[in-house]
Design a protein around this ligand. Structure first.
Ligand code: GLU
Length: 272
């Protein structure tokens, strides 16, 4: 047999051995194919944005590319799919995506349905208001005001239950819808994570401001399907390496620097 055929046969065999070492349906088995489909946001400046010229930029994009690379999948092997606050769990369980990297807070309720690796970032829920408004100084000052949030996100109900029973809640599918409503005077405040709100201030610094009093702790995890401990471990290792190599901080400086959002210390990776 010519040498070139022997080498080709050996490479094929090596590929088969590599593929068969991970059970079908697992994250690592999928990564062995050199392709991953990742759920990401398209409309969160600094975190994950689909630019007009068709690129994806932001900290969540960098985290996704880093962990995919650690699993052997190059950026050209990633298919990006838009995911929203209310579709993240079903995007995973239906098999539409292999991973979700989308400002996704680790919660016990979500862990009933999917698994998380991480956390890879910590932030807290805050309020975005019009720059001219000095009456809203925290969640307890929202009685009688209209508060916008996104369906499926860390609940605005939390604000109602804990701080302002007479707040009027308005829900939209995406954050930019809330920002448009705030600028138009249809709502008085938006609630979500401070790091997300900071990105919208960067787009409209003369018109918007963050109140700056976080009232929850949000720990961002990478979502994957349940019962995949090897996949979870590989993602945790990759996050750890992104932090210790300095890539984590480089990405945060590049992507959050323009908003002035204070960079937190890296979290301990604790999901098991
Ligand atoms: N981190 C929060 C959550 O996972 C709010 C941000 C979002 O809607 O993505 O629900």
């Amino acid at each position: 047999m010519p040498l070139v055929r022997v080498i080709a046969a050996l490479l094929l065999l090596a590929g088969l051995v590599a593929c068969s070492s991970h059970a079908p349906g697992t994250l690592l088995h999928q990564a062995d194919s050199g392709r991953l489909t990742i759920g990401i946001r398209f409309d969160q400046p600094g975190l994950a944005e689909h630019t007009l010229d068709g690129r994806f930029t932001g900290f969540d994009v960098d985290v996704a590319e880093y962990v995919a690379g650690a699993l052997g999948v190059p950026p050209s092997g990633i298919t990006w799919r838009e995911t929203t606050s209310s579709t993240r769990e079903t995007d995973l369980t239906s098999g539409t995506v292999d991973l979700v990297v989308a400002t996704y807070s680790i919660t016990d309720a979500r862990k009933e349905v999917i698994s998380f690796a991480g956390p890879y970032f910590e932030t807290g829920q805050d309020l975005l208001v019009r720059r001219s408004d000095n009456t809203i100084t925290g969640p307890e000052t929202l009685n009688g005001r209209r508060l916008c949030s996104v369906a499926g996100s860390t609940p605005a109900q939390e604000v109602k239950a804990r701080f302002a029973q007479a707040v009027e809640l308005v829900e939209y599918p995406r954050y930019p819808d809330c920002v448009t409503a705030l600028l138009a005077g249809q709502v008085d405040a938006i609630t979500t994570d401070g790091v997300i709100l900071a990105g919208y201030v960067t787009q409209n610094p003369e018109l918007l401001k963050v109140v700056g009093k976080p009232f929850s702790t949000e720990r961002y995890g990478i979502g994957l399907r349940k019962n995949d401990p090897d996949g979870q471990r590989a993602l945790n290792d990759a996050i750890q390496r992104m932090i210790s190599s300095g890539s984590w901080l480089d990405s945060l400086r590049t992507n959050l620097g323009p908003s002035g959002y204070p960079l937190p210390v890296p979290p301990a990776v604790t999901e098991r």
